[in-house]
Design a binder for this molecule. Sequence first.
Ligand code: P6P
Length: 337
Amino acid sequence: DQSGMAYSVGTTLDRFIKLKQSDFPFASGELSQLLRDIALAAKIVNRETNRAGLANIGGAFGQTNVQGEEQQKLDVIANIRFMRALSKGGEVCAIVSEEEDAVVDLQNNSGKYVVAIDPLDGSSNIDVNISIGTIFSIYRRKTPIGSPIQQEDIMQPGSEQVAAGYVLYGSSTMLVYTTGFGVNGFTYETSLGEFFLSHPQIQAPTSGTIYSINEGLEKDWQDGIKSYVDQCKENRFAARYIGSLVADFHRNLLKGGIYLYPATKKNPTGKLRLLYEANALAFIAEQAGAKASDGKRRILDIVPESLHQRTPLLIGSAELVDEAMHHIQLAKEQATI
Ligand code: P6P
């Protein structure tokens, strides 16, 4: 059974993608090629991330993106690299990027896929050498191939994803992704320029003793969060918060734990973005037996209304997410008494 071979640790990403293509009986290899193109862009961004301090491309670019955040040079470079990778293969018809105000219509109506991407999340960490990440979601377009793209191709709920992944530029660089048949992690060997399967079929622990939240915002949290965090402290959980979503998510996925970015006074609908941050990690979480909620419902059930819309995010071990949601529900009930 070829897929058995696919899971042998040490398989290269290219070989894994080829072997797993059989999961898609009608696949014409376009998704496989798209995943390879993303991996290539990740290798290039990895190299530029690793030498940012040296090549004097760290520090602010002096421009701001649609988020109003200071744009770091690496942000811009990563966006260019991934946009180029996503455009050249011909499989993609439209891209939603954190770094682009509007949908990027590639004028390639024969492209079957729509990609939502955060080319470099946590970019404020670049200059202080803390892990950063790329996050991507892949959808099949809804309107007929050959026709111009429409809103319905872009505003799809996360449950419609055909693939999702992240690259973690950390102490080692990893690519972790799912196509709906489990989650697999690949570690980059720079001397060979290859990703090798290092974490086959990742399954998140159903519970854990790690919680990740910005405690500095405690005074602004939505109702229920403080009582949940107090309970974590009662249970002597470990507080681990890197301030880089991909790094915090990845650690909790492997070790068990929960990451929370709730609604706050400053961000009443949460800080994190639905289309190119929460949805991809939510798909991966669920494929690994974990959970992702906005405090009320599954992240993957949210039907987007705007490109850069934010969402509160509770994501990680299923039992911990359930418990956090229970505290939010209790707070809501008490508020109505
Ligand atoms: P705060 C980084 O800017 C980011 O988007 C995530 O990577 C990270 O988890 C979060 O925001 C940190 O936000 O408000 O705690 O600094």
